[in-house]
Design a binder for this molecule. Structure first.
Ligand SMILES: CC(C)(COP(=O)(O)OP(=O)(O)OC[C@H]1O[C@@H](n2cnc3c(N)ncnc32)[C@H](O)[C@@H]1OP(=O)(O)O)[C@@H](O)C(=O)NCCC(=O)NCCS
Length: 228
Protein backbone atom coordinates (compact mmCIF):
# COMPACT_ATOMS: atom_id res chain seq x y z
CA UNK A 1 0.00 0.00 0.00
CA UNK A 2 1.36 3.40 -0.96
CA UNK A 3 1.38 6.05 1.81
CA UNK A 4 0.90 9.74 1.19
CA UNK A 5 3.84 12.07 2.03
CA UNK A 6 1.82 13.58 4.89
CA UNK A 7 1.19 10.14 6.42
CA UNK A 8 4.91 9.39 6.15
CA UNK A 9 5.88 12.70 7.81
CA UNK A 10 3.34 12.17 10.61
CA UNK A 11 4.59 8.60 11.13
CA UNK A 12 8.24 9.75 11.20
CA UNK A 13 7.37 12.53 13.69
CA UNK A 14 5.49 10.07 15.90
CA UNK A 15 8.51 7.73 15.91
CA UNK A 16 10.92 10.59 16.75
CA UNK A 17 8.62 11.80 19.57
CA UNK A 18 8.24 8.28 20.97
CA UNK A 19 12.04 7.75 20.96
CA UNK A 20 12.57 11.17 22.58
CA UNK A 21 9.97 10.53 25.29
CA UNK A 22 11.40 7.06 25.90
CA UNK A 23 14.90 8.47 26.27
CA UNK A 24 13.69 11.19 28.65
CA UNK A 25 11.87 8.58 30.72
CA UNK A 26 14.98 6.38 30.73
CA UNK A 27 17.25 9.17 31.91
CA UNK A 28 14.70 11.01 34.03
CA UNK A 29 16.74 12.43 36.92
CA UNK A 30 13.78 14.01 38.73
CA UNK A 31 12.20 10.78 39.97
CA UNK A 32 14.02 9.97 43.20
CA UNK A 33 13.39 6.29 42.66
CA UNK A 34 14.03 6.10 38.95
CA UNK A 35 16.18 2.97 38.72
CA UNK A 36 19.73 4.09 38.32
CA UNK A 37 20.53 4.72 34.69
CA UNK A 38 23.77 6.54 34.20
CA UNK A 39 27.38 6.42 35.14
CA UNK A 40 29.22 8.37 32.47
CA UNK A 41 26.26 7.73 30.20
CA UNK A 42 26.28 3.96 30.59
CA UNK A 43 23.48 1.82 31.90
CA UNK A 44 24.01 0.62 35.43
CA UNK A 45 24.24 -3.04 36.33
CA UNK A 46 21.18 -4.98 37.26
CA UNK A 47 22.49 -5.94 40.72
CA UNK A 48 19.24 -6.08 42.69
CA UNK A 49 18.73 -3.98 45.80
CA UNK A 50 17.58 -5.66 49.03
CA UNK A 51 13.79 -5.83 49.38
CA UNK A 52 12.39 -2.42 50.32
CA UNK A 53 15.32 -0.43 48.94
CA UNK A 54 16.48 0.99 45.61
CA UNK A 55 19.90 1.91 44.29
CA UNK A 56 18.89 5.19 42.79
CA UNK A 57 21.76 7.36 41.59
CA UNK A 58 25.32 7.09 40.33
CA UNK A 59 25.98 10.63 39.26
CA UNK A 60 28.31 13.49 40.00
CA UNK A 61 27.36 14.92 43.40
CA UNK A 62 26.38 18.22 41.80
CA UNK A 63 24.04 16.38 39.40
CA UNK A 64 21.89 15.04 42.23
CA UNK A 65 18.48 16.69 42.45
CA UNK A 66 18.67 19.28 45.19
CA UNK A 67 16.33 17.46 47.61
CA UNK A 68 18.35 14.24 47.29
CA UNK A 69 21.59 16.20 47.69
CA UNK A 70 20.27 17.77 50.91
CA UNK A 71 19.29 14.34 52.25
CA UNK A 72 22.72 12.94 51.32
CA UNK A 73 24.37 15.82 53.18
CA UNK A 74 22.20 15.10 56.24
CA UNK A 75 23.05 11.40 56.12
CA UNK A 76 26.74 12.28 55.73
CA UNK A 77 26.63 14.36 58.93
CA UNK A 78 24.99 11.38 60.67
CA UNK A 79 27.78 9.03 59.49
CA UNK A 80 30.80 11.31 59.75
CA UNK A 81 30.02 13.95 62.39
CA UNK A 82 32.62 16.69 62.60
CA UNK A 83 34.37 15.87 59.32
CA UNK A 84 34.80 18.11 56.27
CA UNK A 85 31.41 19.03 54.76
CA UNK A 86 30.59 16.72 51.90
CA UNK A 87 30.25 19.46 49.29
CA UNK A 88 33.87 20.37 49.87
CA UNK A 89 35.44 16.93 50.10
CA UNK A 90 33.83 15.34 47.08
CA UNK A 91 35.47 17.30 44.26
CA UNK A 92 34.90 16.76 40.57
CA UNK A 93 36.29 13.20 40.39
CA UNK A 94 33.66 11.56 42.55
CA UNK A 95 30.57 9.57 41.58
CA UNK A 96 27.87 9.52 44.24
CA UNK A 97 25.72 6.43 44.66
CA UNK A 98 22.51 6.73 46.66
CA UNK A 99 20.47 4.09 48.49
CA UNK A 100 16.81 4.96 49.06
CA UNK A 101 13.81 3.23 50.57
CA UNK A 102 11.46 1.97 47.87
CA UNK A 103 8.23 1.93 49.86
CA UNK A 104 6.56 3.65 52.78
CA UNK A 105 7.11 2.06 56.17
CA UNK A 106 6.41 3.04 59.77
CA UNK A 107 10.13 3.88 59.86
CA UNK A 108 10.40 6.23 56.92
CA UNK A 109 8.56 7.31 53.78
CA UNK A 110 9.32 5.93 50.35
CA UNK A 111 12.35 7.68 48.89
CA UNK A 112 14.11 8.34 52.21
CA UNK A 113 17.87 8.36 51.77
CA UNK A 114 19.24 5.43 53.81
CA UNK A 115 22.84 5.73 52.66
CA UNK A 116 25.30 6.90 50.08
CA UNK A 117 28.85 6.23 48.97
CA UNK A 118 31.38 7.71 46.59
CA UNK A 119 33.67 6.25 44.00
CA UNK A 120 36.57 8.37 42.79
CA UNK A 121 37.42 7.53 39.23
CA UNK A 122 41.18 7.76 39.43
CA UNK A 123 44.24 9.11 41.12
CA UNK A 124 42.65 9.34 44.56
CA UNK A 125 45.42 9.65 47.19
CA UNK A 126 44.64 6.66 49.44
CA UNK A 127 48.15 6.60 50.93
CA UNK A 128 50.39 9.64 50.61
CA UNK A 129 53.45 8.80 52.69
CA UNK A 130 55.79 11.46 53.98
CA UNK A 131 59.39 11.04 52.72
CA UNK A 132 60.52 9.48 56.03
CA UNK A 133 57.69 6.90 56.00
CA UNK A 134 58.62 3.55 54.49
CA UNK A 135 55.29 2.74 52.89
CA UNK A 136 54.39 2.80 49.23
CA UNK A 137 52.15 5.52 47.90
CA UNK A 138 48.73 4.25 46.81
CA UNK A 139 46.71 6.23 44.29
CA UNK A 140 43.94 5.07 42.03
CA UNK A 141 40.23 4.57 41.81
CA UNK A 142 38.86 4.61 45.34
CA UNK A 143 35.76 3.76 47.30
CA UNK A 144 35.12 6.41 49.95
CA UNK A 145 32.40 7.75 52.25
CA UNK A 146 30.54 4.46 52.61
CA UNK A 147 27.64 5.51 54.79
CA UNK A 148 24.48 3.85 56.01
CA UNK A 149 22.46 6.20 58.24
CA UNK A 150 22.19 5.12 61.89
CA UNK A 151 18.53 4.22 61.57
CA UNK A 152 19.30 1.67 58.83
CA UNK A 153 22.44 0.07 60.22
CA UNK A 154 22.68 -3.61 61.03
CA UNK A 155 20.32 -4.55 58.18
CA UNK A 156 23.06 -5.87 55.91
CA UNK A 157 22.61 -3.02 53.44
CA UNK A 158 26.25 -1.93 53.14
CA UNK A 159 27.60 -4.98 51.29
CA UNK A 160 24.99 -5.20 48.51
CA UNK A 161 25.22 -1.44 48.10
CA UNK A 162 29.01 -1.61 47.73
CA UNK A 163 28.70 -4.57 45.34
CA UNK A 164 26.25 -2.64 43.21
CA UNK A 165 28.53 0.40 43.06
CA UNK A 166 31.59 -1.71 42.21
CA UNK A 167 29.73 -3.60 39.48
CA UNK A 168 28.44 -0.38 37.97
CA UNK A 169 31.84 1.29 38.12
CA UNK A 170 33.66 -1.76 36.70
CA UNK A 171 31.22 -1.99 33.83
CA UNK A 172 31.71 1.67 32.95
CA UNK A 173 35.53 1.42 33.31
CA UNK A 174 36.62 -1.86 31.75
CA UNK A 175 40.27 -0.73 31.63
CA UNK A 176 40.68 -0.29 35.39
CA UNK A 177 42.05 -3.19 37.38
CA UNK A 178 41.91 -2.24 41.06
CA UNK A 179 39.85 -0.08 43.37
CA UNK A 180 41.24 0.93 46.78
CA UNK A 181 39.98 2.13 50.12
CA UNK A 182 41.25 2.94 53.58
CA UNK A 183 39.44 2.20 56.80
CA UNK A 184 40.29 2.35 60.48
CA UNK A 185 41.17 -1.15 61.67
CA UNK A 186 38.95 -0.48 64.68
CA UNK A 187 35.86 0.07 62.47
CA UNK A 188 34.56 -3.48 62.71
CA UNK A 189 31.24 -2.95 60.86
CA UNK A 190 33.06 -1.34 57.92
CA UNK A 191 35.85 -3.96 57.87
CA UNK A 192 33.21 -6.72 57.83
CA UNK A 193 31.25 -5.07 55.01
CA UNK A 194 34.38 -4.51 52.86
CA UNK A 195 35.62 -8.07 53.28
CA UNK A 196 32.18 -9.39 52.38
CA UNK A 197 32.34 -7.24 49.22
CA UNK A 198 35.60 -8.91 48.20
CA UNK A 199 38.18 -6.39 49.43
CA UNK A 200 41.52 -7.79 50.61
CA UNK A 201 44.01 -6.19 52.96
CA UNK A 202 47.10 -4.64 51.36
CA UNK A 203 48.77 -3.07 54.38
CA UNK A 204 48.27 -1.67 57.87
CA UNK A 205 49.52 1.85 58.59
CA UNK A 206 50.88 3.31 61.82
CA UNK A 207 47.95 5.71 62.04
CA UNK A 208 45.56 2.78 62.53
CA UNK A 209 44.32 2.59 58.95
CA UNK A 210 44.05 -0.55 56.87
CA UNK A 211 44.44 -0.16 53.10
CA UNK A 212 42.38 -2.59 51.04
CA UNK A 213 41.89 -3.31 47.37
CA UNK A 214 39.35 -5.10 45.19
CA UNK A 215 39.95 -6.48 41.71
CA UNK A 216 37.58 -4.88 39.21
CA UNK A 217 38.43 -7.17 36.30
CA UNK A 218 36.92 -10.08 38.17
CA UNK A 219 33.66 -8.15 38.27
CA UNK A 220 33.65 -7.34 34.55
CA UNK A 221 34.42 -10.98 33.78
CA UNK A 222 31.22 -11.82 35.59
CA UNK A 223 32.83 -13.81 38.39
CA UNK A 224 30.71 -13.91 41.53
CA UNK A 225 31.56 -11.63 44.41
CA UNK A 226 33.14 -13.62 47.20
CA UNK A 227 31.24 -13.96 50.40
CA UNK A 228 32.68 -14.30 53.89
C1 LIG B 1 30.08 0.71 58.15
C2 LIG B 1 28.64 0.75 57.78
C3 LIG B 1 28.51 1.32 56.36
C4 LIG B 1 28.06 -0.68 57.80
O1 LIG B 1 26.73 -0.63 57.32
P1 LIG B 1 25.59 -1.68 57.74
O2 LIG B 1 24.61 -1.76 56.62
O3 LIG B 1 25.07 -1.34 59.08
O4 LIG B 1 26.40 -3.02 57.78
P2 LIG B 1 25.85 -4.43 58.24
O5 LIG B 1 24.38 -4.40 58.46
O6 LIG B 1 26.39 -5.41 57.27
O7 LIG B 1 26.52 -4.59 59.66
C5 LIG B 1 27.90 -4.76 59.78
C6 LIG B 1 28.18 -5.07 61.22
O8 LIG B 1 27.92 -3.90 61.99
C7 LIG B 1 27.31 -4.24 63.24
N1 LIG B 1 26.53 -3.05 63.61
C8 LIG B 1 27.08 -1.84 63.67
N2 LIG B 1 26.20 -0.92 64.02
C9 LIG B 1 25.03 -1.54 64.17
C10 LIG B 1 23.73 -1.11 64.52
N3 LIG B 1 23.44 0.17 64.79
N4 LIG B 1 22.77 -2.03 64.58
C11 LIG B 1 23.05 -3.30 64.33
N5 LIG B 1 24.28 -3.74 63.95
C12 LIG B 1 25.26 -2.89 63.90
C13 LIG B 1 26.57 -5.50 62.97
O9 LIG B 1 26.68 -6.32 64.12
C14 LIG B 1 27.30 -6.15 61.79
O10 LIG B 1 28.14 -7.18 62.19
P3 LIG B 1 27.89 -8.72 61.68
O11 LIG B 1 28.15 -8.72 60.19
O12 LIG B 1 28.89 -9.50 62.43
O13 LIG B 1 26.48 -9.01 62.01
C15 LIG B 1 27.81 1.62 58.77
O14 LIG B 1 28.03 1.11 60.06
C16 LIG B 1 28.19 3.09 58.74
O15 LIG B 1 27.72 3.84 57.89
N6 LIG B 1 29.03 3.52 59.68
C17 LIG B 1 29.41 4.95 59.81
C18 LIG B 1 30.27 5.43 58.68
C19 LIG B 1 31.51 4.59 58.50
O16 LIG B 1 32.20 4.26 59.44
N7 LIG B 1 31.78 4.26 57.23
C20 LIG B 1 32.96 3.53 56.84
C21 LIG B 1 34.09 4.49 56.61
S1 LIG B 1 35.54 3.64 56.11
Amino acid sequence: MKRSPITRIVTALAIVLAIGAGTLWFLNPSDPLAPLKTLAGQAATTTPAPDGYAFSYAVKFTALPIEIRDSVVAVDIDCFPGSVPLERNIGPGGWTFVLQTSRDSPDAPKGAVAGYLNIFEDNYPVVEPKPEEKVPSVRGPALTNVCIATKWRGRKLATPFINFALNTFAKANPGKEWIYLDVLASNNPAMAAYKAAGFEEMMRLNDGRVVMRRNLKMLTQGLPIERK
